[in-house]
Structure formats: C-alpha cells, structure tokens
Design a protein around this ligand. Structure first.
Ligand SMILES: [Cu+2]
Length: 223
C-alpha cells in the first residue's frame, strides 16, 4: 500500500488554501480525503505497535508460567499402593521400595471411607508396634493428600484395629529434590517420565510465540 508522507500532504493543503483558487477546491477535497485515509493508517500502525507491545508482555507472562510449570514438573504424585490403593491387600513395602520420594512430591491415600484411615506416627518404634496412641495426624477422607515437604522419614499406618498389624503401614523416606532427580529408577511416578516431553512442548510454544511477536512487531514497523 502506498502512503503519502504526512508532511508533504500537509504542505499541499496549506499551499492550496493560500491560493484559494476555486479550481483547487476539488483537489483540496481529494487531498483531505487522502489525509483522512492517512490518519486512519497511522492509527492502524499505532494499534499494531501496541499489539506488538502486548505480544511482548504476553510472551514474558507465558515464559513465567511455563517455567513454573516445568519446575513443578519435577514433583510427582504417588498413589499409595498403586492400583490396590491404601488397602490391606496392597503390598505396601514392595510399593514403597519401588518408588523414589523427593521433597515436593505428594502421597495420595485412596481408600473406602469408613473402612480405613491414615494415621501418621512420629517415631519408628510406634510404627513398628502399630501404636497409634500418640498420632501426629489422622485423616479419613478416602482421598487424602500428604505433601512431602522436607527430607526425612515419615510413618503412616491404618487406624482401623488390626489393619496395621496385617501390614497396612507405610514408611516413606523423602530425599532432597536434587538428589532424587538424578535417581531415575522411579518409573511409575507420572511426571518424571514426561518431563522431557514437557520441556519439548515449552520450547515449541516459546518459539511459536517469539515468531508471532516478531511478525507483529515487524509488520507494524514496515507499514
Ligand atoms: Cu485399614
């Protein structure tokens, strides 16, 4: 699209009005129409430039969200007991030994409400003896979430009489997040295996956004 530079058309208008030739009337009208078209074009440019700026802001916001997402992607959610869930039938010792627990991970205790409960104990001896008299916490929601917020060992047993003695107990050893991420033996925690895929998507999205924002900026300046 051809655009007459603003200063020349403004000069033309001044000159035309100075002469006040009736023959020039038509050309003045024509010129002012051109001017109007021009100012519309300017507004459009301004708008596009603003859109380019907004695009830049959007890119920054998305980068922040995605970096948060990938950082969170290292944390896993472990459904205690796997498909069996938090149950007497589950082999919780085997389940625990086949999982790597790290700071930031979550345990999910899934069970039938009323049938079981989750009792956290404060010591190894209480855990060994199924002594729930001095419990740290008791949960009975049927879908209880426990966040492993620091390094160390935590003990969970079922509060239903007899269940702990039957093996319904779980000892979780939480490792530091950096140590655990080097440990790739945890195959069943969903997020650790998909973190590579996640970062691939992040780069894909970022590249797309970059191209879009560059295109918007470029088109706004080239017009
Ligand atoms: Cu139980």
């Amino acid at each position: 699209m051809m655009i007459v530079p603003s200063y020349s058309s403004a000069n033309f208008l001044i000159i035309s009005t100075h002469y006040k030739d009736p023959n020039e009337e038509v050309s003045i009208q024509k010129e002012s129409r051109e001017q109007r078209a021009e100012s519309r074009e300017k507004k459009k440019k301004k708008k596009l430039r603003r859109m380019g700026g907004a695009g830049g802001v959007a890119v920054v916001v998305v980068i922040l969200i995605l970096s948060e997402w990938t950082r969170g992607g290292n944390a896993a959610q472990h459904v205690v007991g796997g498909s069996q869930g938090w149950d007497v039938s589950a082999d919780l010792t085997t389940w625990a030994s086949s999982h790597t627990f790290k700071v930031g991970d979550q345990l999910e205790f899934k069970y039938t409400v009323g049938l079981h409960s989750v009792v956290e104990l404060g010591s190894e001896s209480e855990y060994k003896n199924c002594n729930i008299g001095n419990a740290v916490t008791t949960m009975n929601g049927g879908k209880d979430m426990v966040k492993l917020s620091k390094v160390g060992t935590r003990y969970f047993v079922c509060g239903t009489p007899g269940h702990c003695a039957q093996g319904m107990k779980l000892k979780v050893n939480t490792l530091a997040a950096s140590v655990a991420s080097a440990n790739t033996t945890d195959s069943s925690s969903s997020s650790s295996s998909s973190s590579t895929l996640k970062s691939y998507y992040v780069y894909l999205v970022l590249t797309m956004l970059l191209v879009v924002s560059i295109t918007i900026n470029f088109s706004s300046y080239s017009k």
